[in-house]
Write a protein of this length. Structure first.
Length: 402
């Protein structure tokens, strides 16, 4: 291994602040405005953080694919994104994309390219530096100088390229699996729509969600009692849904045996259907991949007859806008309570049709679950390799691999 040189980030890059936009221009136009919603320490780029903007925007705030932007602030410790990077994706090539306020843009003309730099900014060492330099208590902020003052050991150009190549190769496999799952979910939705919307039978009885199982609203154990918290059982909140697909993954928080037993009446078995029922993420739905408990911002349904899991899941997805309409009706804080949730109109098809649908649906669901398992494995591999590669503990010789 060559000599790694101690380097200050500010010696190879500079930081530029984002554009101070006007709220009345958001949601219209063709320019894409990047906000804090596009960054995290677990994703490359979150598409939900890019919003349309029709106001005038100076060219000096333009970003292009493979640029890096950073979060300048963090609203809550529940969503730790202070200093988190996002890597502008290739599919935005040709679009007018502006970096908004609350984001910094990295301007980099050095030989330490952004493909390597992005992964450097995902390391625990960088995060510790950012947190040590942050200002504020509830809302935390980071200055340009604080970011530029970060020091690291910089490997040779060949080693930098090798490190970036191996990490991006793993990430490309993860991205491919995500895209496969998105396609499979669309196929499952199409199948449901064909069988139960376009070809719905007049003789089907109209029921409610509560007819299909037991509805449970979650609860949060006391945060003051550390004995309730651990990693034995999943504790799901709406924030976790950004990392979920059709099925749950590892949530941010977990419960101990004590915490699990404390909320015995709220325990959800595997294959329960979980739905967010408050706030901006209202109406998102997933299936529990293992037993869990949720907080009070979710309503869940334990399906009595397993063959109805796919049908009820797809039906709730199809009711996304209806759920939001119910929630926003006449209240300041959008919320759909347990009673409103379990009384959502739901057709009751014949058993034979549901059984046949479930056979087809499970083909998609099982493949999705298998892909999600592979995604977790590859993500763990990538995140385990990252600090070892960046410290030189593990070297990568791509010539020997080929």
């Amino acid at each position: 291994m060559s000599v790694w040189v101690k380097t200050k980030l500010g010696d190879i890059i500079s930081i530029k602040g984002g554009f101070s936009y006007k709220g009345e221009f958001i949601g219209k136009g063709s320019t894409l405005l990047l906000g804090m919603g596009c960054v995290s320490f677990s994703d490359i780029f979150l598409h939900s953080g890019a919003r349309l903007y029709e106001g005038d925007t100076p060219d000096s705030f333009l970003v292009k694919p493979q640029d890096i932007v950073l979060a300048t602030r963090q609203q809550s410790d529940n969503l730790p994104i202070l200093g988190a990077p996002a890597f502008v994706p290739k599919f935005l090539d040709g679009k007018r994309v502006i970096v908004g306020t609350n984001l910094y843009k990295i301007e980099n003309d050095s030989t330490v390219n952004n493909e390597f730099l992005f992964w450097l900014l995902r390391t625990e060492d960088y995060r510790n530096h950012i947190n040590s330099c942050s200002k504020g208590s509830t809302v935390k902020m980071i200055t340009k100088d604080a970011v530029e003052s970060y020091e690291f050991l910089c490997p040779s150009e060949e080693e930098r390229n090798n490190i970036a190549t191996i990490l991006w190769k793993i990430n490309d496999k993860i991205d491919l699996l995500h895209r496969q799952n998105a396609t499979l979910e669309k196929m499952a939705e199409t199948l449901f729509r064909q069988w139960f919307v376009e070809e719905a039978k007049e003789e089907w009885e109209m029921g409610i969600l509560g007819d299909f199982g037991k509805v449970i609203t979650g609860k949060t154990p006391s945060k003051e009692n550390p004995n309730y918290w651990g990693d034995k059982y999943h504790f799901v909140t709406p924030t976790d849904f950004k990392d979920f697909g059709m099925f749950t993954n590892q949530p941010t928080r977990g419960l101990s045996e004590v915490g699990w037993s404390k909320l015995k009446s709220l325990q959800l078995p595997q294959d329960s259907i979980l739905v967010t029922c408050i706030g901006s993420d209202m109406g998102k739905v997933t299936i529990s991949s293992q037993p869990c408990i949720t907080n009070q911002q979710l309503n869940s349904i334990i399906i009595r007859d397993k063959k109805y899991i796919g049908y009820v899941f797809e039906h709730i997805k199809s009711q996304y806008q209806n759920i939001r309409n119910i929630a926003f009706g006449g209240t300041t804080m959008p919320i759909i309570n347990k009673n409103d949730f379990q009384n959502i109109n739901t057709p009751i098809p014949s058993n034979d049709i549901v059984e046949l649908f479930n056979i087809h649906w499970e083909v998609y669901a099982n493949k999705i679950l298998k892909n999600q398992t592979q995604i977790r494995t590859l993500t763990a591999l990538r995140d385990t390799l990252l600090p070892k590669l960046m410290s030189g503990e593990v070297g990568v010789d791509l010539n020997k691999q080929n």
